[in-house]
Design a protein around this ligand. Structure first.
Ligand SMILES: Cc1ncc(COP(=O)(O)O)c(C=O)c1O
Length: 376
């Protein structure tokens, strides 16, 4: 019964692997959500908003204090002066609304592959086509020639996710410059997914594409609260950028959800205004979890790709990763996801498994010990 636009997306491997985790009692490092609440002050801000009468529809663009906090955040961390801000139901709605609101049926949208799974569905709902540009393992870099070769007269936009799920790559300035050059040469729109913007390690820097010369006027920047503040269930996101691009998001969002949950928008303003030290400490905590999990994977004899950000590590398991993933809960009491589920290149990525390390330190350490003891 499912319309052809949405058939073929089916039940994902996440459902199968989560069921396997429950059945075997294994530690579920499949899905990328934290097992701890966000900062107490942020949770309290949501409750305070409910107690003080902020329980009705928010305005279409979002509550003014959150919109102001988002603009301040872009200025504080990146020096960006944003022209317009649209609050959305998570980054997911912002991405879908951006494609629906800015692309025509038959347009082509480039995205680095492997790709967060909502992008393809958003393109399909629009009647547009997602065109993959490969990130090659083990270091998950793209080849500028392949990026250029993917451009056709139908190319309308490029979706750029950095820090990148599922690979953990943080694009360098040189890579972003290569993307910016292509966008400007071919008069494209850039849509960025920066939901992991604060989860960057080893003193590296997240560079929004919009900060590159000539890009502010053609980049729609998308992010959300979920990952930075461990509140993935709140689904508060936003799109910022030139009024002409934000207008596309707003036009589609108006008839999708109109507004998101008002109390969480108020709490979002409090979250974004946390001080710099809080942001830095959170990234450092996550970096330690990365180090512990990756040490366990390496002790197990697996080749782990270098990763600079996000919640995710990828390991080459040296055999079919789907089979390996099905055995892993029994062999090591850990669940992970084959990286190839995010890709059109099932062969090239067929040996990679993605592990999420956004769990409590004790859980990560137990998973690392169990993996380290894995018998080959
Ligand atoms: C790359 C990427 N974009 C977007 C999202 C979803 O963001 P939100 O929960 O704000 O819709 C995720 C969540 O896993 C993600 O990994």
């Amino acid at each position: 019964m499912i319309a052809s636009r949405l058939s073929g997306f089916g039940i994902s491997i996440f459902t199968e692997m989560s069921a396997l985790a429950v059945e075997t009692g294994a530690i579920n490092l499949g899905q990328g959500f934290p097992d701890e609440d966000g900062p107490a002050a942020v949770l309290e801000a949501a409750q305070a908003a409910m107690r003080t009468g902020h329980n009705q529809y928010a305005p279409l663009p979002g509550v003014p204090t959150l919109r102001a906090a988002i603009a301040e955040h872009q200025k504080r961390f990146y020096g960006l002066e944003v022209e317009d801000v649209q609050v959305t139901m998570g980054a997911t709605e912002a991405i879908t609304a951006a494609i629906l609101g800015l692309c025509e049926p038959d347009d082509e949208v480039l995205a680095f592959d492997p790709t967060y799974d909502s992008y393809g569905a958003a393109a399909k709902m629009t009647g547009a086509r997602l065109v993959p540009v490969p990130l090659h393992p083990p270091d998950w870099r793209f080849d500028s020639n392949e990026l250029r070769a993917a451009i056709t007269p139908k190319t309308r936009a490029i979706l750029v996710n950095s820090p990148h799920n599922p690979t953990g790559r943080v694009l360098t300035r040189a890579e972003l410059e290569a993307i910016a050059a292509v966008v400007q040469e071919h008069d494209l729109i850039a849509i960025t997914d920066e939901v992991y913007e604060h989860l960057v390690f080893d003193g590296l820097e997240h560079i929004p594409l919009a900060t590159l010369p000539g890009m502010a006027g053609r980049t729609l920047t998308i992010s959300s609260l979920g990952k930075t503040f461990s509140v993935t269930g709140w689904k508060v996101g936003w799109a910022t950028g030139p009024a002409s691009l934000v207008a596309g998001v707003r036009a589609a969002k108006q008839f999708m959800t109109f507004a998101g949950a008002t109390p969480f928008q108020f709490a979002g303003a409090a979250a974004l205004r946390m001080d710099d030290a809080w942001y830095a400490a959170f990234a450092l905590e996550l970096q330690t979890k990365r180090d512990h999990l990756c040490a366990g994977l390496r002790e197990a004899g697996l080749a782990v790709s270098e990763l600079q950000g996000t919640y995710f590590a990828n390991a080459d398991v040296g055999q079919d990763a789907t089979e390996f993933a099905r055995e892993l809960p029994h062999r090591a009491g850990v669940v992970a996801i084959p990286t190839a589920v995010f890709s059109t290149r099932k062969g090239e990525l067929g040996h990679y498994l993605r592990f999420a390390f956004c769990k409590r330190p004790a859980v990560i350490d137990r998973a690392a010990r169990q993996l380290a003891a894995l018998e080959s």
